[in-house]
Every structure is written in structure tokens, then in C-alpha cells.
Design a protein around this ligand. Structure first.
Ligand SMILES: [Zn+2]
Length: 239
């Protein structure tokens, strides 16, 4: 908790200068380069009733971008009986380039793109659209992977039309991938349905399962490439 000086609009609508506010904390991460920093406070903040905004600059020399921290007035009082503004969000937020492995990116560029959009929505606090976004990204990943396994055009067409659950059931093999995928699909569907079935599971659980699926698919792709990339010298070459 620290005290800051702001100007702003008082209850009577008139400008107030040099007003003292309590904030819970300064941002500890730059929303643009994602470095953990103690950002420089570049100008006095401004408040208007329930909210206050503070102006910062990132001190990472590779970044140095400015951003705004938005604070919301807490409805309760501190143990000392003070009103406190709590850090709520930072602007602008640049989409985080999450490391999607090169194999996954080649397999399903749509997955990488939609997942990045879902993540941006999530970082803007738009949980209600981030969830369905992740669900959609996941469907592209599974279908693109299932299609990549098929030589037959008819099967490829069927995968495009089938529901996600049916694709997992019919086209995913192995002892781990179908188990994890099925559960990711269940949680993903919860994000789009009117009523949740998996109470106590949330977006974090869904993201964790999707990451596990990404991992298993990346492993499968790697194993598939090995005989070509590193042929077994003890196996006689086919003539
Ligand atoms: Zn930065």
C-alpha cells in the first residue's frame, strides 16, 4: 500500500489538485514487454470517484513504452479505516507471443492464431469470450491433427464435419492423447453452454488440458519424424 498524489474531479464536479489517495500497489510487470519491472511513475495520476489512473513507463531499455494502470475503489475500508484503490488492469496490453512449438504452428496455424486471440481477450478481463475462444482453438488443433493422420480424402472431409467429441472418439489413438483431449473438450463445452457441468473447474483447468494436448501432439509429431530424420543404422536400407 502506498500513498500517491493525484488530481481529479471532486464530488462537486470541480477539479481538485494535489489530492492524496491510497493505492494497494504499483504494477510489477510491463503489459507490453512482460518484463518484471518497477515501472517509473511518469506523471501525477488522476481520479474520478470510483476509479483512478496512474501513468507509468517501463524501465526495460529494450522497451521504454508508457502505459496506464487503472485502479478501482475498494468498497471496504482498510484496517486503518482508509479508502483504498486497487490495481485492476493495465493498458495497452500487447498480445503475449506464447511459444507454440514450430511443429504445432505448422500443423495448425489456425489454432495458434485463435488461441492468441483468446489469450488477448482473457488479458483484457473478457473471460466470457476467452473461454469459447480457447474451445474453438482446441477444435482446430484436434481436427487439423486428425486430418494430418489421414491419407484418405473421405476421412478428411468427415473430420471437418464431425463434432469435436466424435473426432476424438474415432480418430485419436494412443493411450494418453484421447484421455486428455476428451476432458479438454468437456471443459471447453462448458465455456459455451448455458449451464456448467464441471463445477469447480475453470478457464485455468481448460488451458492446462489444452497445453497437455499440445504437448502430446508435439511428441507424436516428433516421433513420427525420427525414422526419416535419424534412420536406424542397423536396419538395412530398402532397395
Ligand atoms: Zn516493457
Amino acid at each position: 500500500m502506498r500513498q500517491i498524489m493525484v488530481s481529479g474531479l471532486g464530488a462537486d464536479g470541480n477539479r481538485v489538485g494535489n489530492f492524496q489517495l491510497q493505492i494497494d500497489k504499483d504494477p510489477n510487470e510491463c503489459p507490453i514487454c512482460r518484463t518484471k519491472v518497477v515501472p517509473e511513475n511518469v506523471a501525477p495520476g488522476f481520479f474520478k470517484g470510483e476509479w483512478a489512473e496512474m501513468y507509468y513507463r517501463c524501465v526495460n531499455t529494450g522497451c521504454m513504452r508508457s502505459f496506464i494502470a487503472r485502479y478501482q475503489l475498494d468498497q471496504g475500508l482498510t484496517p486503518q479505516g482508509m479508502r483504498i484503490y486497487r490495481l485492476q488492469s493495465l493498458f495497452p496490453v500487447e498480445p503475449l507471443e506464447k511459444a507454440v512449438s514450430a511443429d504445432i504452428l505448422t500443423l495448425s496455424p489456425s489454432f495458434a492464431r485463435i488461441a492468441a486471440q483468446a489469450r488477448t481477450a482473457e488479458e483484457h478481463g473478457l473471460d466470457d469470450v476467452a473461454g469459447p475462444g480457447y474451445r474453438k482453438a482446441f477444435e482446430f488443433l484436434i481436427k487439423d491433427y486428425a486430418i494430418s493422420l489421414q491419407a484418405d480424402d473421405k476421412a478428411k472431409e468427415e473430420i471437418k464435419k464431425l463434432q469435436l467429441g466424435a473426432v476424438i472418439e474415432k480418430y485419436l489413438t494412443g493411450d494418453k492423447l484421447p484421455i486428455v483431449s476428451k476432458r479438454a473438450a468437456w471443459l471447453g463445452n462448458d465455456e459455451t453452454h448455458y449451464e456448467r457441468r464441471w463445477i469447480g473447474k475453470d478457464l485455468e483447468d481448460l488451458k492446462k488440458l489444452i497445453e497437455a494436448v499440445e504437448y502430446f501432439i508435439a511428441m507424436e509429431l516428433l516421433v513420427k519424424e525420427l525414422p526419416t530424420e535419424m534412420p536406424d543404422p542397423t536396419t538395412p536400407a530398402k532397395s
